[in-house]
Design a binder for this molecule. Sequence first.
Ligand code: AP5
Length: 215
Amino acid sequence: MKSKIYILIGPPGAGKGTQAKNIANTKGFVLISTGDLLRENVEKKTELGQIAKSFMDKGEFVPIDLVAKIIKANIEQNLNKNGFLFDGFPRDLSQNILLDGMLKEFDLEVDKVIYIDVKDEAILERLTNRRVCPKCKKVYHMKFNKPKKDELCDDCGVALATRDDDKPEVIKNRLATYHKVTHPLVEHFEKLGKVIRIDGSKSPKEVENEIISNI
Ligand code: AP5
């Protein structure tokens, strides 16, 4: 059976990372989150991570050759699994052409795009109050999705961290880039009848249920 290919799309702070792991676990998909993979490289201070950091801290795209390397390796290692869930890739039309090419090599194609729709007004509050577990990467919000104890991860007990790119001026840049080059992908996939639109303003659990029931 062919692997299913799903893509999670939405503005920064839409809740892609919050949902991605649960969806992948529930459906038995391999999760490929370019943001997480790049941050892992930054933490480990790999050569790739050191180059990536300078772009990520400004809210700019990391050069595509670096991102492509990570993605191809992940697809190759996980072929024959139920499917793949991409979070953070493709991010513009040219990255989509690249993805198409990679998938064709393995006789695969995009099945559906899950578009988490959240209005710009909500984004700043979501991202400035975001905290992330540095160990297991679980995402929290200090108002909407608080850890049970202080600023400690419920699962690992380690102190939560703030992402370097969650500064207001960087958030503005990421949001502007989203509208200019990433959102056109939603329009592209809409023409192909592949978009599942999800109202991301609902609670995380409601959003999760809506996604799971649609795929
Ligand atoms: P990436 O990590 O992909 O960042 P992003 O797309 O900007 O998205 P975020 O991770 O900020 O938001 P999210 O939608 O995951 O929201 P979350 O679930 O955390 O990329 C980071 C950088 O890496 C890029 O800027 C770029 O430099 C580089 N990069 C990545 N991919 C690349 C590529 N393909 N090419 C080149 N460069 C690339 O939720 C946000 C907050 O809201 C949390 O606090 C959460 O608890 C809360 N929340 C979530 N859902 C809800 C809800 N339903 N109600 C209330 N609060 C909620």
